[in-house]
Design a protein around this ligand. Structure first.
Ligand code: FAD
Length: 475
């Protein structure tokens, strides 16, 4: 612990952000870096608890008190070495992680938690500035070949670790460029794409080969991969979105959130994009209250929507406070993101019953109804019921469906391989071994665990790589 009294002297402060009215005119990140003294004070707030719960709360197990201490002492290189020992991509998590470490911070019991996520971002950005992050050139080759399918954070983490272990790694990506959701899901205002490209360049210089426009199971044969590699890691993500099959679903103007976000990310990167889904001049309704929904809110505001409304199925706390759920803030329900700071009407416990179109087949309104939770006598949520007389229409020319993802795509790769799936339709592979029912085929990330977080994808990629390495050592 750098400063034993730090947590008594300094309060939690986040770095400044660009003002809303300015940032809405571009797609760039808007969170500034701390000045050095402020960074030092924030790191000083870490109490170096006897049992650092933050370390356990972090899926990759970041050694948080240790790098906080190094940052406090301004030993930037040491801080970088501590952080990069557990996380291949702190520049991603330092920007977009919901920071379960901060929810586990002991200081959070009676004061706001240490700003761990921001400190993490500073450690890695300072390391890049000072030239500490260099391609590792001393890799001793094992003679074994591994194919990784999918280049999201899980595939990238697995590829990086397997490459360090000496195996020759080729990453197959069906999109025109690597990165998975970091590239074509998460908007630039949360994660600018040069950050992804900077890391990919290092990985390439270290020897990882990327093959894009290569969809395994479609234009790359899985049998060929099996024949030509000693192991395969499936890291194709969870890509099948939950649909809302109500009347009017086929109208122009009803779209999946990912189609909208992907097009925008392609436009920002000056890459060819099909279908021009835009929110400009429209009343936009985003159906779904998670990260994807928030990203649609931020993007619609940048397009210049007339209005942006976000629907959430859950009731707003404290309406949800029951003997079953005594806490005033049901996890996630009150989640507020930077996109909400930029303007959006949020409606809680609302269900969409119908998409209403005009004579040309274009969406013009939504028919919605309010819901209430019917509770069992002991206060458990039993079912939603519609509130009689609350049915109404609201104007809407663009409805974006952001209600989560069901499972990975089965057509193509998974069907051709005949890999066993779990009850939710994800690839079945245990959390301990990451091995599927097919010999030498492993799986990690959203494709295995279901839709989750970048930090979990990195954690799974790393752990899966360790299991693949163990397997390869056996012959
Ligand atoms: P993905 O990132 O989905 O990557 C899978 C890759 O595999 C894709 O590039 C896909 O094209 C490729 N692929 C699939 N099948 C094949 C095939 N047959 N052949 C070749 N390639 C294939 N998490 C956070 O922590 N913070 C956030 O702020 C956040 N925001 C999000 C915003 C949006 C809009 C979305 C959709 C998700 C967000 N998430 C966020 C979740 C996070 O992005 C995912 O959990 C994470 O990217 C999963 O990583 P992955 O590597 O398992 O899969």
């Amino acid at each position: 612990m750098g400063k034993p009294t730090g947590f008594l002297e300094f309060t939690r402060e986040l770095p400044k952000k660009r003002p809303v009215e300015e940032r809405l005119h571009d797609y760039n990140e808007f969170v500034h870096l701390y000045e050095e003294e402020r960074l030092n004070h924030q790191a000083a707030r870490c109490m170096d608890c006897g049992i650092p719960f933050c370390n356990h709360g972090c899926p990759v197990g970041n050694l948080i008190p240790d790098f906080n201490d190094a940052i406090y002492r301004k030993n930037w290189k040491e801080a970088y070495e501590i952080l990069s020992a557990t996380n291949n991509f702190p520049e991603f998590t330092g920007r977009i992680c919901p920071a379960p470490c901060e929810s586990s911070c002991v200081l959070g019991i009676n004061q706001p938690a240490v700003t761990i996520e921001e400190i993490e971002k500073h450690v890695i950005e300072i390391a890049f500035q000072k030239g500490y992050v260099q391609p590792f050139k001393g890799i001793v080759r094992s003679g074994k070949k591994v194919a990784v399918v999918g280049s999201g954070p899980a595939g990238l983490a697995a590829a990086a670790q397997l490459n360090y272990a000496g195996h020759t790694v080729t990453v197959y990506e069906r999109d025109d460029t690597p990165g998975g959701l970091l590239r074509y899901g998460i908007p630039d205002f949360k994660l600018e794409k040069w950050v992804v490209e900077r890391r990919l360049k290092i990985m390439e210089e270290e020897g990882v080969v990327f093959k894009c426009n290569a969809e395994v199971g479609v234009n790359v044969s899985m049998n060929d991969l099996l024949r030509n590699n000693h192991a395969i890691v499936l890291a194709g993500g969870s890509t099948i979105p939950r649909d809302l099959k109500i009347p009017g679903r086929d109208l122009n103007g009803v779209a999946f959130a990912m189609d909208f976000l992907k097009q925008q990310n392609k436009r920002v990167s000056n890459r060819p994009s099909i279908n021009e889904l835009t929110a400009t001049g429209k009343n936009v309704v985003v159906i779904g209250g998670g990260d994807t929904g928030s990203d649609c809110v931020g993007t619609s505001n940048r397009h210049g929507a007339v209005s942006v409304t976000q629907f959430e199925l859950m009731p707003m706390p404290p309406a949800s406070r029951t003997p079953f759920m005594p806490w005033p803030t049901y996890p996630m329900v009150l989640k507020t993101t930077s996109s909400h700071e930029e303007g959006a009407a949020r409606q809680w416990a609302v269900s969409t019953k119908e998409f209403i179109g005009d004579e040309n087949g274009n969406l013009k309104a939504l028919k919605i109804v309010d819901l209430e939770w019917k509770l069992t006598p002991d206060g458990r949520p039993a079912q939603f019921v519609e509130i009689q007389g609350s049915e109404r229409e609201i104007p809407c020319e663009l409805a974006l469906l952001a209600m989560g993802f069901l499972h990975p795509q089965h057509a193509g790769l998974l069907n051709e391989l005949g890999v066993e799936l779990d009850d939710r339709g994800n690839v079945k592979a245990s959390e301990k071994m990451y091995q599927t029912n097919i010999q030498k085929v492993f799986s990690a990330g959203d494709m295995r665990r279901g839709q989750s977080l970048v930090v979990w994808a990195i954690a799974e990629g790393r752990e899966c790589a360790a299991k693949v390495d163990e397997y390869l050592a056996g012959f």
